[in-house]
Write a protein that binds this ligand. Structure first.
Ligand SMILES: [Zn+2]
Ligand SMILES: [Zn+2]
Length: 305
């Protein structure tokens, strides 16, 4: 019986620059392969030997033996990555283990949920992208940014990239899929009146969405969960608004002026109604107690613009 490696065993296998070099060489060789329907072709021992700075075949054979089973898989035709190999080499190639660059604060328009200020400042705080309110000094919103993303873009282009990445990931979360690991996301709805929030924050329900496997957590107003689902994306798209290109700090105005709202409409079983408005058009989305969409409807209502 083959015993499973522990995480510590797995990382100790990489405490050798030659082995990292082998994984890097396999990734580069794969990227140079022609497109094929069946994924990447395995790399033979001699293909790898030509690409690495290891001066004899017995050393390469030893290192390949150590990597095989954890980071590489050996097939009849050669070596391919395992999932762990793929993940770790992409992390290394993107240099996401290095600190993100220092960036100057970026001015951006949006709305502070606490005081209504519209001129905000975005910046990085270690692994987080943060939008701050210069008036009341509260954090308006924050999200994880990778060092590679922060190096790849600057100024307004960085903001656009962050918005798109967050929107795509949050959309997956709304389908119950963890963007980090593919595990199951569970949603819990919290009544804002039972949380210690300032009175001026116009949120009635929050959703806490957490991955059962990797514990990655997403949280925000319940209305935002609905905003990143297909019915809302289509509703706003029909009115010329691209929700997938809108940052949370820009969405806050919809909460402050009452255009977006959520209320509990039944208790047994629990049901919530979220309303998103555009001019006199209203999208109503009904959710069960796990925040799953039960049904949606478009109606006409009071004009908010
Ligand atoms: Zn403020
Ligand atoms: Zn996960």
């Amino acid at each position: 019986m083959v015993s499973e490696k522990t995480a510590a065993d797995m990382f100790s296998l990489l405490s050798d620059e030659s082995r990292v070099g082998i994984l890097r060489a396999v990734a580069v060789a794969q990227s140079e392969q022609a497109l094929s329907n069946s994924g990447f072709a395995p790399l033979s021992f001699s293909d790898i030997y030509e690409r690495v700075a290891i001066d004899n075949t017995s050393k390469l054979s030893y290192h390949l033996g150590e990597l095989t089973g954890t980071y590489l898989r050996k097939t009849e035709d050669g070596y391919v990555f395992t999932h762990a190999g793929e993940q770790i080499i992409r992390f290394i190639l993107a240099q996401n283990f290095r600190r993100p660059p220092d960036i100057d604060s970026i001015e951006t328009e949006g709305m502070c949920l606490f005081c209504g200020e519209t001129q905000l400042e975005a910046g990085l705080d270690d692994q987080y992208f943060i939008v701050q309110c210069p008036s009341c000094e509260q954090p308006v919103t924050g999200y994880i940014v990778t060092p590679a993303q922060a190096r790849a873009h600057s100024g307004p282009a960085l903001l656009e990239s962050l918005k798109r990445k967050q929107a795509a990931e949050f959309g997956l979360v709304q389908d119950g899929i963890c963007p980090e690991c593919g595990g199951v996301i569970r949603t819990e709805i919290l009544d804002a009146s039972e949380q210690s929030l300032p009175d001026e924050v116009p949120v009635s329900y929050f959703a806490i969405e957490e991955c059962e496997a990797c514990l990655r957590r997403y949280s925000g107003p319940l209305t935002y969960c609905v905003a990143f689902r297909p019915a809302a994306i289509a509703f706003y798209w029909d009115h010329g608004v691209n929700i997938l290109g809108t940052g949370w700090w820009e969405l806050h105005r919809y909460l402050r002026d009452g255009r977006w709202s959520a209320e509990q409409v039944a208790t047994d079983p629990v049901e919530y109604r979220v309303e998103l408005r555009y001019e006199d058009a209203v999208l109503r989305v009904f959710l069960d107690g796990d925040a799953r969409t039960m049904r949606t409807e478009r109606v006409r209502g009071r004009n908010f613009d």
